[in-house]
Design a protein around this ligand. Sequence first.
Ligand SMILES: NC(=O)c1ccc[n+]([C@@H]2O[C@H](COP(=O)([O-])OP(=O)(O)OC[C@H]3O[C@@H](n4cnc5c(N)ncnc54)[C@H](O)[C@@H]3O)[C@@H](O)[C@H]2O)c1
Ligand SMILES: [Zn+2]
Length: 346
Amino acid sequence: MKTIIGESVLDKLNGYLKDNSMYKLYIITDDIVNELYMNYLEKILKDFNLITYVLPSGEESKSIDNIMPIYDNLIENNIDRNTIILSFGGGVVGDVAGFVASTYKRGLKYIQIPTTLLAQVDSSLGGKVGIDYGGYKNIVGSFYFPEVVIIDISFLKTLGHKEVTCGLGEILKYGLIHDYSLFEFTRLNLKNIYKKDLNVILPIIKRSINIKQEIVSKDKYDIGLRKILNFGHTIGHSIESYYGFTKFNHGESIILGIMYESYIGKELGLIDEGYFDEIFTTLKNLVTPIRFSNEEINSLINIMKNDKKNINDNIGFILPVGKGKVNLYNNIEEQLIIKSLKGEWI
Ligand SMILES: NC(=O)c1ccc[n+]([C@@H]2O[C@H](COP(=O)([O-])OP(=O)(O)OC[C@H]3O[C@@H](n4cnc5c(N)ncnc54)[C@H](O)[C@@H]3O)[C@@H](O)[C@H]2O)c1
Ligand SMILES: [Zn+2]
């Protein structure tokens, strides 16, 4: 999959589309990105035939109810298979636009233009597209790869604090699963990242993309190695879902998930106290950890038991086993999960 990355690289889209004779474009975005950047995108695409569909910003847009009107709109506008879908926004827009592209008329080509840190380092890559259903994240979806991903880091300048934290969750995860030096560099540069120092952010994004692409290329359809990308996600997804996808965004939930799952790793003796402290001290400054009540823990574990990543009803965990290394475990005792969520160690 082709990626174009750098500061102010969006104008390369024009040449890419012309080189590939792609003239009819259907842009899917959300109201915030539309307000901030649609004029800029339209200027770059002045030679093209454009239709734009604007979703309300937020996770609620990743629902059946909110995507049906997109199909209606595609039909009303006689959109055919020569039209390219342009996803212009964060992970929500990317997942929805990719899902619509993968399903409408059995598949339209699509291009990702991610505008959040999380989307630039994670959700725009790897081809996973989908929506939430019945209270479960991403339960309806498919694998569908974009033609090109254009990562223009200048979009990050307008991101809020919470959205930066969100992207950091996935970046720190890449470091912990595959490249300890990325974790170290990111940890030491947190202030600069929040200040949107693009000279610091660019190498971090490039390294993150390399890691994700390396892992995905070895396991496109998530049957083996790719599962390590789910570090922090077993507990993280349950927290995100328990609070109705509103209190914590995806990356914040993953940061919490990494804390509790690292604690499980430490208790099992997979990592030592020193490494656990390093992870915990770094992450607790980004999202405040929670001591869950028994009732909350019951609900969280029920959500985990229904996780689509489980095999044979065992809750699957990716756990740290050393600096920048993780492994998959399927038989973690429930008591240990409960102990970690109780958080008496916090
Ligand atoms: N497909 C995958 O592989 C994958 C991986 C990780 C996460 N995800 C999904 O991604 C979603 C989260 O993505 P997200 O964190 O980007 O959320 P998001 O798309 O909701 O964006 C967060 C907020 O930032 C705003 N925004 C976007 N770009 C902006 C900019 N440049 N400046 C200012 N504001 C901007 C959005 O309008 C929104 O309000 C979740 O639904 C998650 O499940 C998917
Ligand atoms: Zn994630």
